[in-house]
Ligand binder design. Structure first.
Ligand SMILES: Cc1cc2nc3c(=O)[nH]c(=O)nc-3n(C[C@H](O)[C@H](O)[C@H](O)COP(=O)(O)OP(=O)(O)OC[C@H]3O[C@@H](n4cnc5c(N)ncnc54)[C@H](O)[C@@H]3O)c2cc1C
Length: 390
């Protein structure tokens, strides 16, 4: 291979470029990015950066020295709009083409939105989003967060620290129930209440009110929650539309790959938040939207691209910081798994819980117990993945 095009200039794209060099590839690497910024870290966007505790420069994922050593060619601010298999080239919005004999798809995901264009309504995915949201938070009194997932909870926590009145609205009976199961999710929900956040569950948002600027959120039950600023935290959709017509299998769940990152098209691999891949620990195909996956999965995909054997997969892992608590989860929980407290007590907000399938430990969750969590995480067993996925 003489040229590899990495599409997506963020964590998974940079990890792929690093992996290419680490695995001995010495040809051209062209990194194509939609954003006009060198790769930066997203987790602080809902935490320290949103709080104003760290600056943009501290989010940088690479340094000029590392960049020079990797010898990358950047095409930033010019998203890929198509992949021309016949010409073996990636087509960019500017009309320019990047001829390539290997392609890594790492285009990530974008925040889902609600219809309407009122001022004061935000999503949070990019550095620009975080700057705009912070600007509104510092002059607002009442924040309504729609969606009680990890990003919603982190924004609620940061805004509370900034002194705002915060309401979180979640349509499920308990936030995070699908990830953690009802009991442990209830413990996380308590964090909101412990910190003076008003949590409304089992209620659906029907619309936003306001004249130019948002003033309230309407709920299906007829209730109205006043708001000066609203954050919509209802999940993310994979950036895959640009692959239409390329012949690469993809749908609303992401770019389909095998468990080593290969797509159905030779010499095209995918990794990170955009990839929908079989996961031994989930026992099915999933799209992981976690920082650690965006670091590890590209290394496997690059091995596939270079014709080497990828390292065996490790259990999925993510963390979240909310209200001063560190939450950590490894593995994947399915509804039939049995849950048990392994150490500590949820009432103390300091514990480790394990999930078992046929007696095997398949997932582990911890609150404020990082050391013990690390020990249990190493003991997780994979499940059996049915053949023919996704
Ligand atoms: C606010 C926030 C907080 C988070 N906190 C945590 C946390 O605490 N713990 C955790 O485990 N994970 C966290 N995450 C998730 C983690 O940041 C993501 O899993 C990770 O960023 C995924 O990396 P990625 O490179 O696959 O995708 P992305 O980060 O989405 O990057 C994809 C890049 O591709 C670009 N792109 C899109 N389309 C095109 C195109 N057609 N051509 C070229 N470029 C394109 C995008 O603009 C983007 O720059 C958080 C995410 C957010 C948004």
């Amino acid at each position: 291979m003489r040229t590899v095009a990495v599409i997506g200039g963020s964590l998974a794209g940079l990890s792929a470029a690093r992996a290419l060099r680490e695995q001995g590839y010495d040809g051209r690497i062209v990194v194509v990015g939609e954003e006009d910024l060198f790769p930066y870290d997203r987790p602080p966007l809902s935490k320290e950066f949103l709080a104003g505790k760290i600056e943009m420069a501290e989010l940088a994922l690479t340094t000029p020295t590392e960049d020079a050593a990797l010898d990358l060619e950047w095409r930033l601010g010019d998203p890929a709009t198509g992949l021309d298999r016949g010409a073996r080239a990636v087509v960019l919005a500017s009309g320019r083409e990047v001829p390539a004999d290997g392609v890594v798809v790492a285009t990530g995901a974008r925040a889902r939105t609600l219809p309407g264009d009122l001022h004061g309504v935000h999503t949070l995915r990019t550095a620009d989003d975080a700057v705009a949201l912070r600007r509104d938070l510092v002059v607002s009194r009442r924040l309504v967060v729609i969606g009680g997932g990890f990003i919603g909870a982190e924004v609620a926590s940061t805004a509370r620290d900034m002194g705002l009145e915060v309401t979180v609205i979640e349509s499920d009976p308990v936030p995070l129930g699908r990830v953690l199961g009802a009991d442990l999710a209830a413990t996380c929900a308590e964090l909101h209440r412990d910190n003076g956040v008003h949590l409304i569950t089992g209620e659906v948002v029907t619309g936003l009110a306001g004249n130019g600027r948002v003033s309230a959120v309407h709920l299906a039950g007829g209730r109205t929650e006043p708001a000066d600023v609203v954050v919509v935290g209802i999940g993310a959709a994979p950036n895959v539309e640009w692959l239409a017509g390329s012949g690469i299998e993809h749908d609303h769940r992401g770019v389909w790959t095998d468990d080593a990152g290969a797509t159905n098209v030779p010499q095209v691999v995918a990794a990170g938040d955009c990839a929908f891949s079989p996961c031994a620990y989930a026992g099915t195909a999933v799209r992981h939207e976690h920082w650690t996956n965006a670091v590890r999965q590209p290394a496997a995909a690059v091995s596939t691209l270079l014709g080497a054997t990828p390292a065996p997969p490790t259990p999925p892992y993510f963390w979240s910081d909310q209200y001063g608590a560190r939450l950590q989860f490894a593995g994947h929980r399915l509804p039939d798994d049995a849950v048990e407290i392994i150490d500590g007590d949820p009432a103390d907000r300091r514990f480790v819980a394990g999930y078992r399938h046929n007696g095997e430990l398949v997932a582990v969750f911890a609150m404020n117990q990082p050391k013990l969590f690390g020990r249990w995480r190493r003991q997780l067993s994979p499940r059996i993945v049915p053949a023919g996925l996704p």
